[in-house]
Design a protein around this ligand. Structure first.
Ligand code: SF4
Ligand code: SF4
Length: 434
């Protein structure tokens, strides 16, 4: 045996380690190819894309590319066959992943891309229900797309599918079967038939046990309005209304009862968990009370009464803090319990329309992108109404807080010629000279 042969043998015997470079390189090339095909699709170069991929199935080597191939075929009414999607043999797991990815790509294009007129018409006319035999779970994802995005003209079709129990019962993915009920409840909510929605939601909860160990997936609904700092106080009513509108949408999408506090006859927060207000919010509240001809002295008297009890117990007053985003510990360090001075005799809020943001945000919002701020009544609804992916729709209070904080910096300088932060409980504000 020659020396070279010995060398080869010894090298072969060495264990080889994959640096991962090949894999990264391959994934990048897949992504580049997908982007190339996507741009061809968006430019309406349909047949080139179809011809290339139908003749080179080896290039359909990612879910993205295969989904785009299906989308392209549906756009131009090209008939799809099972062998186009499954090279070796049918696989239900892949079929489900394809259906999900397909609607995902469709949704992104639908929401974010301006198509030219002809392509747009074709794109919007796609009926994904026609491929239910090829990709059965498309009924879940497409119906969800229709209802979430409020495509009212497609509601009858969605309802027809949702009424066909067999279609869902025959799905291979167990976790997707109860989705028929969750979506049906959303359909009824969209049609403002809350009684029916509640009944169906009850059935959903009986059939679907949420996996509470599953990661929560927060989906945030975007805010719309923005104002320069000098305009925020004058438009606080518009911002509050926007919060209200978003909350209605959050309730629709998650099945959370719009009047949860009323429904559970609860006013716990107004007795024990007090919001802090920013200067701009307090200024707006006082302004509105005056406009409505209401006597703020009544509320000030109640506040003074609570304040004196606090002094009696702790020896000092609840104060307005000079902190940026104060916590409850800053504004009410002893967690002193009292009922909000604006809480009416019958348990309702007497300033409901103009109540501050913190009273509104509970249950339906997030301020850290990870958690829903909520009491147990809200939390349980979020948990038990969530879908197989544990999605919770919420809105983000941070853009609103940022607007109010910017307004505070402006207003405090204008009104008081100062540069400090001012934030506190109702008691602190009502007992102050502001
Ligand atoms: S938010 Fe929750 S705890 Fe607070 S009043 Fe409403 S139901 Fe009760
Ligand atoms: S302002 Fe209204 S909602 Fe807010 S704590 Fe007071 S009573 Fe409750």
């Amino acid at each position: 045996m020659s020396q070279d042969q010995h060398r080869l043998k010894s090298l072969d015997a060495l264990k080889t380690y994959d640096s991962g470079y090949q894999d990264i390189f391959y994934k990048r090339s897949q992504k580049d190819r997908f982007n190339k095909y996507l741009s061809r699709y968006l430019q309406g170069k349909s047949l080139g894309l179809y011809d290339e991929l139908i003749n080179r199935p080896d290039l359909m080597d990612s879910l993205d590319i295969k989904s785009l191939f299906i989308l392209n075929a549906l756009t131009y009414e090209i008939r799809l066959e099972e062998k186009n999607l499954f090279v070796v043999k049918r696989n239900e797991f892949i079929a489900n992943s394809l259906a999900k990815k397909l609607i995902d790509i469709y949704t992104k294009i639908y929401k974010y891309v301006q198509l030219d007129e002809e392509l747009d018409k074709r794109f919007k006319n796609i009926d994904f229900y026609t491929i239910v035999n090829l990709l059965p779970t498309v009924i879940v994802y497409y119906t969800d797309f229709i209802l979430v995005n409020q495509l009212e003209e497609l509601y009858p079709k969605a309802f027809e599918i949702l009424s066909n129990r067999n279609l869902f019962d025959n799905l291979q993915e167990e976790s997707l079967k109860p989705e028929r009920l969750r979506l049906l409840a959303l359909y009824h909510r969209r049609n403002k038939d809350l009684g029916k929605a509640d009944d169906v939601m009850l059935e959903y909860r009986e059939q679907y046990l949420p996996d509470l160990t599953k990661k929560v997936n927060l989906k945030k609904l975007p805010n719309k309005h923005t104002y320069p700092p000098s305009e925020v106080v004058n438009n606080l009513g518009v911002l509050y209304q926007e919060i209200k509108d978003i909350q209605v949408e959050v309730c629709d999408l998650t099945g959370v009862n719009e009047d949860t506090c009323f429904y559970y006859n609860c006013s716990e927060c107004c007795h024990n968990d007090y919001p802090v207000l920013y200067y701009s919010e307090y200024k707006y509240l006082v302004q509105k009370l005056k406009e409505e001809g209401r006597d703020i002295e009544i509320y000030k008297a109640k506040a003074r009464d609570i304040q004196s009890k606090h002094v009696e117990k702790y020896g000092y007053e609840l104060k307005i803090t000079n902190k940026h985003r104060p916590t409850k510990e800053d504004a009410n360090p002893n967690d002193f319990k009292y009922s909000c001075p604006f809480l009416g005799e019958s348990g309702g809020c007497s300033v409901h329309q103009i109540r501050p943001m913190m009273c509104r945000a509970y249950g339906l919002s997030t301020s850290d992108n990870r958690n829903v701020q909520s009491c147990n009544y809200y939390l349980k609804q979020h948990q038990y109404n969530s879908n197989y992916e544990n999605i919770r729709y919420v809105y983000d209070v941070r853009p609103y807080v940022a607007l109010i904080e910017a307004s505070d910096a402006y207003q405090i300088k204008q009104d008081l010629n100062e540069t400090k932060n001012l934030c506190g409980t109702f008691i602190a504000w009502l007992c102050s000279d502001y």
